[in-house]
Unconditional design. Structure first.
Length: 60
C-alpha cells in the first residue's frame, strides 16, 4: 500500500513499520534511550541520518 506523507519540514519518509507490535517496540526502545543523558549527548553530536541510525543500532 502506498501512503503519501507530508510534513511541515517537507522531509521524505524514511521508515515504515508494517507490524504494529514492532512499531510499539521501536517507540518504547527509543523512549528508553532518550532517558539517558549519555545517549542524548551522542545523538546531538550526529551529523547525518546514517550516524543516527548507527547510534540506535549500536545501543540495541
Amino acid at each position: 500500500m502506498k501512503v503519501n506523507v507530508e510534513s511541515e519540514a517537507s522531509c521524505p519518509l524514511g521508515l515504515v513499520v508494517k507490524d504494529s507490535k514492532i512499531h510499539l517496540q521501536y517507540l518504547s526502545n527509543t523512549a528508553k534511550l532518550l532517558t539517558y543523558q549519555y545517549f542524548i549527548e551522542k545523538l546531538k553530536q550526529t551529523k547525518t541520518p546514517k550516524e543516527i541510525k548507527a547510534l540506535f543500532v549500536s545501543e540495541s
